[in-house]
Design a protein. Structure first.
Length: 455
């Protein structure tokens, strides 16, 4: 297909610019403290930004736009390992060749944003790629949204229209679905909706109980039966994250989900899976595929690592005209990059039991386990996760000690975040650009920081 402006001269210049950008970005590939003459710049920039937006920031962080692989530089000249990737989008790390290529190609197009009214080939290509990769499921369509929260809003609208007037929803404790008017009620944390009226009637039931795995399925089914009995003939769907990110990467075995989903189907409930954070990060492209649950899913929401957001859904949930629309699909760069990322992940050696993602999971969990039994015994008391989603607990796993730890970790050269409450866990979203050398240095910093913070 002949798209964008191109010529031998443009192609030659793009190739030269691609090489020049990549070479320059590769200069930023080691942990470094702030430059003495720039040490004040981040705080100054954030002070003004905070005043303008009305809220402060968790970290003193302002990117320079420079960095490569797992490394990111700040405007003060400091360089750190980025092990949270903007809470998900930067699955390949920084200045990956595919990102650079997507930027340059999109610069040869005639606009920045792609919309629903006037589509571009990039939107069609990423949609086709998504549908190709769910061919073993009943999912038949994909619709773009402006964020992960709005992808979940879309899923809810599709379900509601089909199930009218059954509008009540079942979700899980520790769920996070977003902070929109609708999804804030699905999100279990009440602090995220203070002062807000209730828009969606949601009943929360336990997700997989890591502390009592043998009885986890029975606990969930019992709770499901109770909410249905208390509100008969009112529920439309079961919304579930296969892997709970906000909860600290909580998940169960395939048999657990099969038991829950079979019950949902027997009770005429749609199964809605939130993969906004998990997409791309397990041993298969989708977490539901990683668990072999293709036959159950009715609607699946995606985002973050995809670079754009949206929902995949079955023909049965294809809505009536007028229910869904929207101005934007996403920027042409994001659409282009998203299609490239799917192709890169599915055609490369990333998935499967012997893929790079499984290797990263095994390496990080093994090294955390080693620390917990040796120099950090009694200081790291839990580690777990799946794929590139890794979590561990430090000290008493309180919110206070976890915040103290990740802020010190930031100071020592690693950007991480936290998840969960009682316990609160250190959360890592690993970039696929990590090498064994990087990992060895990362664990030296983690060990050093644990010993500094946890007494």
């Amino acid at each position: 297909m002949d798209i964008r402006v191109t010529s031998p001269e443009i192609q030659d210049q793009m190739n030269k610019l691609f090489s020049s950008i990549l070479l320059e970005q590769q200069k930023y590939m080691q942990v470094r403290k702030p430059d003495a003459d720039k040490a004040h710049l981040v705080e100054s920039a954030l002070k003004e930004y905070t005043a303008n937006r009305g809220k402060g920031f968790f970290y003193n962080y302002m990117s320079s736009g420079r960095g490569h692989g797992p490394f990111t530089e700040q405007i003060d000249g400091s360089i750190k390992y980025d092990l949270i990737g903007g809470i998900g989008p930067n699955i390949l790390g920084h200045s990956h060749p595919l990102y650079i290529k997507a930027h340059l190609e999109s610069a040869c197009s005639d606009t920045v944003m792609c919309g629903n009214l006037q589509p571009y080939p990039e939107a069609a290509a990423i949609t086709e790629m998504l549908m190709k990769n769910v061919s073993n499921s009943r999912l038949k369509h994909f619709w773009f949204t402006g964020s992960g929260s709005f992808a979940n809003d879309l899923a809810l609208k599709l379900i509601w229209q089909k199930k009218e007037p059954k509008y009540r929803l079942i979700a899980c404790t520790k769920a996070f679905a977003g902070r929109s008017v609708a999804t804030q009620d699905i999100t279990h944390n009440e602090a995220y909706r203070q002062g807000m009226p209730q828009s969606v009637q949601v009943d929360h039931v336990p997700h997989f109980d890591q502390t009592d795995p043998e009885n986890a399925l029975e606990k969930t089914i019992t709770a499901l039966k109770e909410v249905v009995k208390a509100n008969p003939n009112q529920h439309c769907a079961l919304m579930m994250e296969i892997i709970q990110g906000e909860g600290g990467f909580i998940y169960g075995p395939k048999e657990y989900y099969e038991g829950v989903f079979n019950w949902a189907k027997e009770n005429d409930l749609y199964i809605w899976i939130d993969e906004v954070q998990t997409f791309g990060r397990t041993r298969e492209l989708f977490a539901f595929q990683n668990m072999g649950l293709d036959q159950y899913v009715d609607v699946v929401t995606v985002g973050k690592a995809l670079q754009v957001c949206g929902a995949l859904f079955t023909e049965e949930l294809n809505p009536k005209p007028g229910l869904i629309a929207g101005t934007f699909n996403g920027s042409l760069t994001a659409l282009n990059a998203g299609e490239k990322i799917i192709r890169y992940l599915t055609e490369g050696n990333f998935y499967g039991e012997n893929g790079r993602i499984a290797e990263l999971e095994h390496t990080f969990l093994s090294k955390l386990n080693h620390l917990s039994k040796n120099s950090c015994k009694g200081k790291i008391n839990y580690s777990g996760g799946i794929g590139t989603m890794i979590a561990f607990e430090v000290g008493d796993a309180s919110k206070d000690i976890t915040i103290e730890f990740i802020k010190k970790l930031f100071e020592n050269g690693i950007i991480a975040f936290m998840a969960g409450n009682q316990p609160t866990r250190v959360r890592l979203l690993l970039p696929l650009s990590l090498t064994d050398e990087h990992i060895n240095e990362i664990f030296k910093i983690i060990e050093q920081t644990v010993l500094e913070v946890v007494k």
